[in-house]
Design a protein. Structure first.
Length: 125
């Protein structure tokens, strides 16, 4: 594996966070395929998914619950950082009133092609 993957960590984190904020089915599908490897995994405290179909379903459920039903929005908090093939950043989920409803940290493991191979999500609140 090339240990010197060059990546614009901020741009990658922003694209990743924006994916969770919505869009139609086609946009969501396209974004997932652009960002993730075809067998990528996403692991959170109470859920683990793998592959495009499961990732799409996971993102769609989150969008329906938090964006559509609750009127929340995910935003990047602070500056992403990383090295080699790992990127780390923190996000906030804000209500329509602007209050912070949740905070989490994402660890993205990138493949040699720069696509996300695995995500480890840690919820702080």
């Amino acid at each position: 594996m090339d240990t010197q993957i060059i990546q614009d960590y901020d741009a990658l984190a922003r694209r990743y966070v924006e994916l969770w904020n919505g869009g139609d089915d086609g946009e969501r599908r396209r974004s997932i395929r652009e960002l993730f490897a075809d067998d990528a995994s996403h692991v959170a405290p109470r859920i683990a998914v793998r592959g495009y179909d499961e990732l799409e379903a996971r993102v769609a459920r989150s969008q329906q619950r938090w964006i559509v039903e609750e009127g929340c929005r995910f935003v990047l908090r602070g500056d992403p950082n990383g090295h080699h093939n790992v990127v780390r950043f923190t996000w906030e989920m804000r209500s329509a009133r602007g209050t912070i409803e949740a905070v989490g940290t994402e660890i993205l493991v990138l493949g040699a092609d720069g696509k996300i191979a695995a995500v480890y999500q840690f919820s702080e609140s």
